[in-house]
Design a protein around this ligand. Sequence first.
Ligand SMILES: [Fe+2]
Length: 401
Amino acid sequence: MSENIINDIVAYTLDEALVSNYYLFRVPPLTIVGDGATAKLGEHMKKLKVKHSFIVTDKVIVKLGLLEQTLRSLKKMNIAYTIYDEVEPDPTDLMVYNGVNFYKQSQADCIIGFGGGSPIDAAKAIAVLVNNNLQLNSANIEENINDRPPLVAVPTTAGTGTEVTDVTVITNTTTNVKMVIKHPLMVPDIALIDPNLTLNISPYITAATGIDVLTHAIEAYVARSSCTLARALSHRAIRLVMKYLPTAVGYGANIIARHKMAVACYMAGMAFSNAGLGLCHSMAHQLGATYKIPHGVANALLLPHIMRFNLLVRLDRFVEIAHIIDERFEQLTKKEAALKGIDAIAQMISEIGLPTQLREIGAICEDFNMMAENALKDITIKTNPRSANIDDIIKIFESAY
Ligand SMILES: [Fe+2]
C-alpha cells in the first residue's frame, strides 16, 4: 500500500472520529400556510409540472365538501384529478394496495393526501409503493428504492403532524399489528396548512388532537435525541397550544385560534419527526389499541404522569417548559417550578373536557401488565430521556388510574 493511500485512510478516520453533535433535520421542501390556502394549491402543483392528481381521502371529507376549494384550484390550472376515498381510520395494507392499483389505472402523476392522519398516512404509503414492487412492512423499505411521484399533504385536523414526518402507520391485516414505517421518501414535497379546513371540528376532537400536538412538542423538547432546532420549534408550539387550544375548544369558529393551532401542529411535527418522541406515546399507543380511545385522549391521560417521571433526568428542561407557559414562580425551587408547569398542563387538560383518570375510560388494572410489556416494544420509547422498566410503566398506569 502506498504512503499516500495510508495517509488518506488515517485522515478519513480522523475526520470521522472528530465529528460531533451531528444530526440530520428533514422537513418538506415547500410549506404553504394560510387561511384559505387550498385555493393556491393548483398553481404550486403546476410548478411541479403535475398534469393529473390522485387524491387520497375519506368519504367524510368528501361529504363535508372540504375538498371543493382544492378541486376548483386544480381545475383552474387544468390539472385533472381522480379521487380515492376508500381510506378509513387506522388504514390497512389492503387499502394501500387497492390505492396503488387504482393509482396505476388512473394515469395520475402526483398524489395528494387530504384529511386527518389516516388519509395522509395512506397516501404516503401509496406514493412509496407505486414505483416499487414491494410488500408493505417496516423491514423491506430500503434506502435505494425507486423514487416516488410528487407527494402533497393537506391536513384537515391540527393533531398528528403526519404532513411533516418521514413515518406512516399502516395496519397489517395478516398479523393485526400497526406497522410504523419510516423512510425519507415519506416526507411530502408540499405541506399545505389551511386552518379553514379545521373550523368545524367538534370541541372534543379539537381538545384531543390539540393535546396530541402538545405531547409531540414536550416529548421532542426533552427527548434523549433532542436538538437545538427541534427545541426551538417545540418551544413555540408549547406556547401556542397553551395559549390558543382553550379558545379553539370553546369557540371553534375563531380563525385566529385555529390558525395558531394548525401552525403549532406543524412545528411540533417538525420537532418530533427529527428528535423523536417518548414514553407517553409508547404507553398511549397501548391505551388506544386496548380501549379504542382517540390517540390524543390517550396522551392526555398520561402526559402529566410521564412528565413527573422524567423530571428526575430533565429538571432544567421542565423548568424551561414552566417558563414557556408563563407560570409565575418567584421564590420557588427549580423542582417546585417544574412541578407547577406540569400542574398547569394537567389543569388545562381537565378544563378542556378530556378525561384525566384511566378509570373514566373503562380501563382495568388487570390489563396494565400486558400493556406495559407492549409499551416496552414500542419504537417511541427509545428516545424517552429516562430509562423505564416494566415496573416503572405499571406504576405510571396505576398513578394515572
Ligand atoms: Fe401523537
